[in-house]
Structure formats: structure tokens, C-alpha cells
Write a protein that binds this ligand. Structure first.
Ligand code: FAD
Length: 533
């Protein structure tokens, strides 16, 4: 009986969604009166800019662009749409660092939150407001704020969030809509797990404060919710004392099994325990664990990092040629100047028994801010070479630990090797499922440990389809081999795929939350979950 009732509910929800979507798609033009009433921009330059993103693969023109000066401006726009006989779709564009048009709104309105940053700058308003509570420090940050600005201002006050992305020129709202992951996620969870409270504008135009205690359904819906349930205008995030320095190490492997075994070991080795019953992962000895592939097509250093000394390039390149693929384990431990001797000893202890290739150990000591902002210099270099705005047919996946060996042999050693086109970074590192809150919308594999693999391709304007074909082949291989991958920063074209992505229970919750918080299907059409065009 339960399954029949479930089936009827899902069918009803899908049919309601379908009807509303059709309604929207047939009527998405905004009147000139509305455009002038809300000071919307519809000049060609604004429209063109809102039809671009980092991916440079799809371009959807909106009908208008909105430069808000306050969260209330955004709420008023959403309310207008919600109360219109024919609603129009609204997308928020943070930095537009999506790759598949997720921040676009074909025929609707794009809210460019850069305008809020400019407004704050001109009023000399800080990006973070630090608050002290008995349990610790928190920071209030705008959804429009860049993590790079949050870091700079927080570190000046001696505090910092614990969880980051590799690249910091992304907005708080943009990463919290997905997850926000990096080498710290295994220990501190993704960025969505360090949020304590948010201000959110729902699809009804209501500005609601939510947390895991108050309006908790909205709170959990929005985190990892792909912009479907509300627009984040403020997030309260946990802060810790900011470390001063980072010992940053890279180790090379030619054996995938040894590489992953060591990664898994490192994310579980405990450092100093407070007492014998203390199994808290916060005591895991390292603060960051990532990894990447080195392949013969690409340079040893890439835009994500310039690490290996030039003098060592020839011997690394010759190893890559010999083995076709090398695996580079990357780890870091934070410390203060006072504890420099200790950190060296602790690191030595941690590396004992690891199976990297003897002699292929590299280390750096850098400031905490330099470490977190490590990708920026590569970006600026590519920008100066006009290589930053090229197409980016990226594919990001989560893979259960038990199937990572099958993935290696089918994808890295077969598809990637045969096609021989991969030149950009390929990242791979494990995370703990226990650090993700299952009430949140983000969808992850069922196993306790899962890997993230990111194919961060850059391509020419004439050959991105070859990378797209490779991405499709990888997904098909996983499907055929029964590898239960989930896409991170997902992009699907059918409802069936979205249902599969979330799984039946989570998808039902997703639909129910959509009907509750955005019943007229106004928000974030570029994700193409409810709005097809
Ligand atoms: P946009 O592309 O502008 O928007 C993305 C989605 O979020 C859209 O659906 C949009 O409508 C919605 N959205 C934006 N702002 C809000 C808001 N305030 N409220 C509600 N919804 C909103 N991700 C990681 O997790 N880890 C990484 O290390 C990482 N590195 C990256 C490096 C580069 C160079 C790039 C291009 C991307 C990287 N990403 C990474 C992916 C990135 O986190 C996502 O693409 C993120 O959405 C980008 O933020 P944005 O501000 O550009 O969002």
C-alpha cells in the first residue's frame, strides 16, 4: 500500500510540475511596463553578458537583467513574478562559474549579484561580520560575497571558516547551492555543513530566516538545493582561529591501488586525542587531502598549481612517459610558527609506511592565505593569455569507494588513455559521508567513503564536443558497469535522470519542497530540473 501511495504522490507531483512548467514556458515574456517599474536592463550588452558562464558551452538570452541594491529589491522582484497572472523565471548569477548554463534564465530575468558587491564596496561595507557566541565565532556573509573576500577579511581578524573550495573567486550563494568541496571536506565537511543560519528569499518573494531549528525544512532544502528553493542573501558560517602556516606536501605514485589506499588511510589517521574515547574526526591529523593524475599529454604544472621544481620536471616527465599515468597525492597540515619543529616531526610520522615512489617527495611551506588562494595565480596567467574564457566541458563525479578500482581500470586506464585528449587537471580525492547532513538537498553516494573525481577540461571552440563525447562515454561506462556515480554540479536533460540522481526518496522530498517553497517554478530555471526550454 505504501508503494502505491508513494507512486500516486510522485505521479501527481510530476504532473503538477509538468503543467506549471508548460505554463511558464509558453508565457515567459516580460512586459515593458514591468521592466521599467523594476529598473531592469534589457540592453544587448547586459543580455549578452547574462547569457555567458565559465563553461562557454551554452548561451541562453534572458529577457532582462536585474542589478539589485539590496535583498529587499530581489524579494520585490520575486514577489512581482509570483503574483503575476503569468510568472516569469528568475535566476541568480553569482560569479557565473557554472559550466552548463545553471545561472541563466532563457526569456526570464537574471539577477546579477555582482551589483550587491559593488553597492557594498561603494558603502565601504565589509563582506563579513564576525559574531561571538558562547559556542564560538560565527561570520555573517552575503550570498553575493566572494569566498576570497571572506578569507581576506576574516584572516585579518584572526579567524577563518574551516571548509573551502580550491578556487575562491566563487560566491557564497553559488557554492552553498551545490556543496562546496575541497581537500578539507573529509575532515570539516563540505561548505554546506558549516552553515548555521541563512536569510533566504523563497519563490513566493518572502524573506525568511532559517536554521536547523527554525524553518528547518527550508534551511535543509536550500543547502545543496541548486537554487531551486530560495535565494540566499545571508549565511552565518562557523569560524575558527585562522592558522598561520601550512606544510604542503606532494607524493608521486605509479600504482593506483597504493595511492587510494594511502589516501583512505590519511583521512582516518587521528592526531592528538583529547581523551581515549574521543573519536571525533576533527582530530584527524591532516587538514587537507587531495590528489590528481599526471598524464603525458599535459604539463607537469597546470593552472591549478605550480609546485614541482623546474629541475625535477625531466625526471617526472620521463616517469609519466614510462607509466602513462602517475598519481599525485597532495596533503597539508596547518601550524603556527612556534610549532614548526613539531609539524616536521608529525608529518614524518604520518608519512611512515606510505607507498609513494622513493625520492618523489616534494614539500613547501606557505602562509595559510597563500595556500587557500593557490589557484589564483594560474587563473591570472591564463587570463593574460586569453585562455580563461575558452570552453570548459567539465565533468565532476562522486564515486563509491568500493568501485573506485573499477573506475580506474575502465575510465583512467581505458577511456582517457585511448581518447588521448585530456590535458586539463584531473582531480581525485576521498571524503567521509558522515560529514554530510542527509537532510540537505545535496545528493551523494551511499557508502561511508566516496571519491570525488573532477575532469576539469579546457578546450578550443572547435573541439569541445570531443570532450563532451568523452564525458558521455565515461557516464555510459559507469552505467553499464553498475558503478553508482553521482554527478557533482549536476547537469541532466531528462526528469528520469534527475530522479535517478536523487534516488526515489530524496527526489520525492525535492519535489515536495519545490511545491512548498517555489510553487510557481520561478527560481533557477537554468538547472533545467523543472523548466525545460
Ligand atoms: P553561479 O554559476 O553564478 O550559480 C550557480 C548556481 O547557484 C545557479 O543555479 C544559481 O542560480 C545559484 N545561485 C547563485 N547564487 C545564489 C544565491 N545567492 N542563492 C541561491 N542560489 C544561487 N566547486 C567546488 O565545490 N569546489 C571547488 O574547488 C571548485 N572549484 C572551481 C574552480 C573553478 C575555476 C570554477 C569555474 C568552478 C569551481 N567550482 C568548485 C564549482 C563552483 O563551486 C560552482 O560552479 C558554483 O556554483 C560557482 O559559484 P558562482 O558564484 O559562480 O555560481
Amino acid at each position: 500500500t505504501y508503494f502505491i501511495l508513494l507512486l500516486i504522490t510522485i505521479t501527481r507531483l510530476i504532473s503538477t510540475v509538468g503543467n506549471k512548467t508548460e505554463h511558464l514556458n509558453n508565457n515567459s515574456l516580460l512586459s515593458s511596463d514591468l521592466i521599467s517599474r523594476h529598473n531592469l536592463l534589457d540592453d544587448p550588452e547586459s543580455l549578452e553578458s547574462a547569457s555567458r558562464d565559465f563553461g562557454n558551452l551554452v548561451h541562453h538570452l534572458p529577457r532582462a537583467v536585474f542589478h539589485p541594491r539590496s535583498p529587499q529589491d530581489i524579494a520585490s522582484l520575486v514577489k512581482t513574478s509570483y503574483e503575476s497572472p503569468v510568472p516569469f523565471t528568475i535566476s541568480v548569477k553569482g560569479q557565473g562559474h557554472s559550466t552548463r548554463g545553471q545561472a541563466m534564465a532563457r526569456g526570464g530575468v537574471v539577477v546579477d549579484t555582482r551589483a550587491l558587491r559593488e553597492e557594498n564596496n561603494s558603502n565601504k561595507k565589509k563582506n563579513i561580520r564576525v559574531i561571538w557566541r558562547e559556542e564560538g565565532y560565527y561570520g555573517d556573509v552575503g550570498g553575493e560575497a566572494l569566498w576570497a573576500d571572506v578569507l581576506r577579511e576574516a584572516a585579518e581578524m584572526g579567524v577563518a571558516p574551516a571548509s573551502w573550495t580550491d578556487y575562491l573567486y566563487l560566491t557564497v550563494g553559488g557554492t552553498l547551492s551545490n556543496g562546496g568541496i575541497s581537500g578539507q571536506s573529509f575532515k570539516y565537511g563540505p561548505q554546506i555543513s558549516i552553515v548555521h543560519e541563512m536569510d533566504v528569499i523563497t519563490g513566493k518573494g518572502e524573506l525568511v530566516t532559517c536554521s536547523s531549528h527554525t524553518n528547518s525544512e527550508l534551511f535543509h532544502a536550500v543547502l545543496g538545493g541548486l537554487g531551486q528553493f530560495g535565494i540566499i542573501t545571508r549565511a552565518r558560517i562557523a569560524l575558527h582561529p585562522a592558522p598561520k602556516m601550512v606544510k604542503w606536501v606532494r607524493l608521486l605514485y605509479n600504482d593506483f591501488s597504493a595511492f587510494t589506499k594511502d589516501q583512505e588511510r590519511l583521512i582516518s589517521i587521528n592526531g592528538r586525542k583529547h581523551n581515549n574515547n574521543d573519536n571525533n574526526d576533527d582530530n584527524v591529523a591532516l587538514d587537507y587531502v587531495e590528489g590528481m593524475l599526471l598524464m603525458h599529454q599535459g604539463p607537469i604544472n597546470n593552472w591549478r598549481s605550480s609546485f614541482f621544481p623546474l629541475a625535477d620536471h625531466p625526471r617526472i616527465i620521463s616517469l609519466v612517459t614510462q607509466h602513462s599515468i602517475l598519481y599525485c597525492l597532495e596533503l597539508a597540515k596547518y601550524y603556527d610558527e612556534k610549532s614548526e619543529n613539531n609539524v616536521d616531526k608529525e608529518m614524518q610520522g604520518l608519512l611512515e609506511g606510505l607507498s609513494y615512489m622513493p625520492g618523489f617527495y616534494y614539500e613547501k611551506k606557505v602562509s595559510y592565505v597563500e595556500f587557500l588562494n593557490r589557484v589564483r595565480s594560474g587563473e591570472l596567467k591564463l587570463q593574460s593569455q586569453r585562455q580563461w574564457d575558452v570552453p570548459h566541458p567539465w565533468l565532476n563525479l562522486f564515486i563509491p569507494k568500493s568501485q573506485i578500482m573499477d573506475f580506474d581500470s575502465g575510465v583512467f586506464k581505458n577511456i582517457i588513455f585511448k581518447r588521448n585528449i585530456t590535458t586539463g587537471p584531473v582531480l581525485i580525492y576521498p571524503m567521509n559521508r558522515s560529514k554530510w547532513d542527509k537532510r540537505m538537498s545535496a545528493s551523494i553516494p551511499e557508502e561511508d567513503i566516496f571519491y570525488t573525481v573532477g575532469f576539469l577540461h579546457s578546450s578550443g571552440f572547435d573541439n569541445w564536443k570531443a570532450f563532451d563525447a568523452q564525458n558521455k562515454e565515461i557516464l555510459k561506462f559507469c552505467n553499464d558497469a553498475g558503478i553508482k556515480v553521482k554527478q557533482y554540479l549536476p547537469h541532466y536533460s531528462t526528469q528520469e535522470d534527475w530522479t535517478k540522481h536523487f534516488g526515489p526518496n530524496k527526489w520525492r522530498t525535492f519535489l515536495e519542497r519545490k511545491l512548498q517553497f517555489d510553487p510557481r517554478m520561478i527560481l533557477s530555471p537554468g538547472q533545467r530540473i523543472f523548466n525545460k526550454d
